[in-house]
Design a protein around this ligand. Sequence first.
Ligand SMILES: Cc1cc2nc3c(=O)[nH]c(=O)nc-3n(C[C@H](O)[C@H](O)[C@H](O)COP(=O)(O)OP(=O)(O)OC[C@H]3O[C@@H](n4cnc5c(N)ncnc54)[C@H](O)[C@@H]3O)c2cc1C
Length: 390
Amino acid sequence: MSKNSLPDFNNTELAFRHLSDKDLSRGKMLFQLLSRPWLVKLGSVLARIALFVKFPIGWAVRPTVYAQFCGGEDISDSEETIELLYRSGVRTILDYSAEGVDTEKELDSTCSEILKTVTAASNDPRHAFAVFKPSGLSHNDLLEKDPSKFTSLEKEAWERVVRRVRSICATTSEAGGSVLIDAEETWLQDAIDKLAEDMMTDFNRERAVVFTTAQLYRHDRLAFIKDLASRAEEGDYIVGVKLVRGAYMEKERERAEKNSYPSPIQVDKAATDSDFDLAVEFCLDNLDRVNLFCGSHNEKSNIKLCEMMKERGLSSDDNRITFSQLLGMSDPITFNLAAHGYNVAKYVPYGPIREAMPYLIRRAKENTSVAGQTSRELTLIRSEIERRKR
Ligand SMILES: Cc1cc2nc3c(=O)[nH]c(=O)nc-3n(C[C@H](O)[C@H](O)[C@H](O)COP(=O)(O)OP(=O)(O)OC[C@H]3O[C@@H](n4cnc5c(N)ncnc54)[C@H](O)[C@@H]3O)c2cc1C
C-alpha cells in the first residue's frame, strides 16, 4: 500500500479484513436494528428499567451492542480487541468511562482504574493514549462552581480533584505516554479547560503529554484554540488538542433556552463544519506548537485532513498528528487510514456490562440520530458481505 496515496473509504476489503463473516453479520444485524428510531427508543427505555430493577441483561447485551462497541469487562478482557486492532495497524485508547460516580471513594477508585490504563499502555506499542473524563474524578457541582466561592470543605475536595488529575498526568509523562482530557458540557468546561491548561504548562515542556479537547460546535472554540496557542508560545510549552464537533448539542441548547442565556452552540451544522476545518488547518500550520488529535467519524473531515497533510508535505505517519474513531463505528475510515500509514487509534471503552449501559445507550442513539451515519455503515457492511461471496 503506497503511503503517498490518499485512502479510499469505500475500500471495504481493507476496512473489514479484521472481521470474520460472523462479525460482519452481527454488525449488519445491529446497524439494521439501530436504523429504526422507535426500536432504539424502546430498547433504551427497557434497558433503563432493567438496570433500575437489577434485572439481568448481560445475556442479551454481551453478544450484541456490547460486543460491537466495548472491548471487555476489564483491561485483560479487552486483550483480544487490542491485539485485533494492532494487527491492522490501529492502536488502542483504553477508555474507562465510569458514569454516575459520586462518593470520594468512587472518585478515587476511578482514578486508580485510569492509572491502570496508563500502566497498561506503558512500553506497549499497541496503545496510543490514555484518556479520562474529569467528571469521573470530581463532583459535577465542584466543576460547575466558581472556585472563589468554595467553602473550606469544597476547597479540600477540589485539592483532591487536582491531585487525581496531576497523578494521572505525571504517571503518563513518566511512562513516556500521552493523555487526553475529554470535553464535557459548557457549564463544567471552564474548570476543565483551566485544569488541562495547568497540566499542559507543567508536563508539555518537551513534547505533548497532555491533550485538552475543543468542541467545534461551540462558536467560541476556534478563538479559544488560537489563544491557547499564543499563551503556549509565551509560556514555551506545547499544546496538545483533540478536535471534536461535540456530543451534547441538544442538552446545551435546551439549557440555554430554559435559563435564557445565549446558546453556546453554532447556528447550524455548516458553521460547526467550517470551524472544524479551520481548527484543523490552524493546528497543521502551527504543528511545532500545537499537536493535533482529530476525533471524528466524518469522512470529509478525515479525507480533508489527509489532503491538507499532503499539501504541506507532511508524512502520513507524522507523530504530531493522530486520527481517531470509536470502537465499532466507522471502521472504513479507521482501517483505510491505517493501511495508508496514518497514526490512527480507536477509543476502546471497557467496564462491567451494567456500568457500560449508559454509554451503550448513547452509542445506540447517536447511530440513530446522526443522519446518514447508520445507513453508510450498513451499506458498506452489505457491500463487503457481497464482495466476499464473489
Ligand atoms: C475519538 C473521539 C473522541 C471524542 N471525544 C469527545 C469529547 O471529549 N467530548 C465531546 O463532546 N465529544 C467527543 N466525541 C464525540 C464528537 O464530539 C461527536 O459527537 C461525534 O464524533 C460526531 O461528530 P463527527 O465529527 O464524528 O460527525 P458529523 O456527523 O459530521 O457531526 C455530527 C456533529 O455535528 C454537530 N452538529 C450536528 N448538527 C448541528 C447543528 N444543527 N448545529 C451545530 N452543530 C451541529 C454536533 O456536534 C454533532 O455531534 C468524540 C468522538 C470521537 C470519534
